[in-house]
Design a protein around this ligand. Structure first.
Ligand SMILES: [Zn+2]
Length: 134
């Protein structure tokens, strides 16, 4: 994470890859992280029940609601986030890719892993991550 102050005296938070929160006095939060060329954010009411992820489309400037499902480990996942298991060069699992997949004519494409359609289908029914198809 990189925090700077711009020429208008606004705080600028960059390099937010594992998430950060903005919180109201009442405890309502918006969590956000950088993804590809955009920002994804999660609305978290203080009651701790439901939350909802959104993604800003920087080309259309629209906010897209992301469909989220529960991760077996307790976090939230979406069927549109790439479900490829990331590994180090030594083959050690470091978790899910998470890149937002682009959908075109029924094909889901991850910017890093290419066509992940079958991996996403498998994930949707089993909740199991897939291996890098490259
Ligand atoms: Zn991926």
């Amino acid at each position: 994470m990189k925090i700077t102050i711009d020429e208008d005296h606004s705080i600028v938070i960059g390099e937010v890859f594992s998430g950060a929160y903005i919180e109201t006095e009442e405890g309502n939060r918006i969590g956000f992280c950088l993804r590809d060329d955009t920002i994804e954010f999660n609305v978290l009411p203080k009651d701790g029940g439901k939350s909802q992820w959104h993604r800003v489309n920087m080309q259309t400037l629209e906010v897209e609601k992301m469909s989220a499902v529960q991760d077996p480990d307790g976090g939230e996942m979406s069927d549109r986030n790439c479900a490829v298991r990331e590994r180090t060069g030594d083959g050690v699992s470091v978790g899910r890719c998470w890149f937002w997949t682009n959908e075109k004519s029924g094909v889901l494409t991850c910017p890093r892993h290419g066509n992940v359609t079958e991996i996403q289908k498998h994930f949707s029914t089993t909740r199991e991550l897939g291996e890098d198809p490259r």
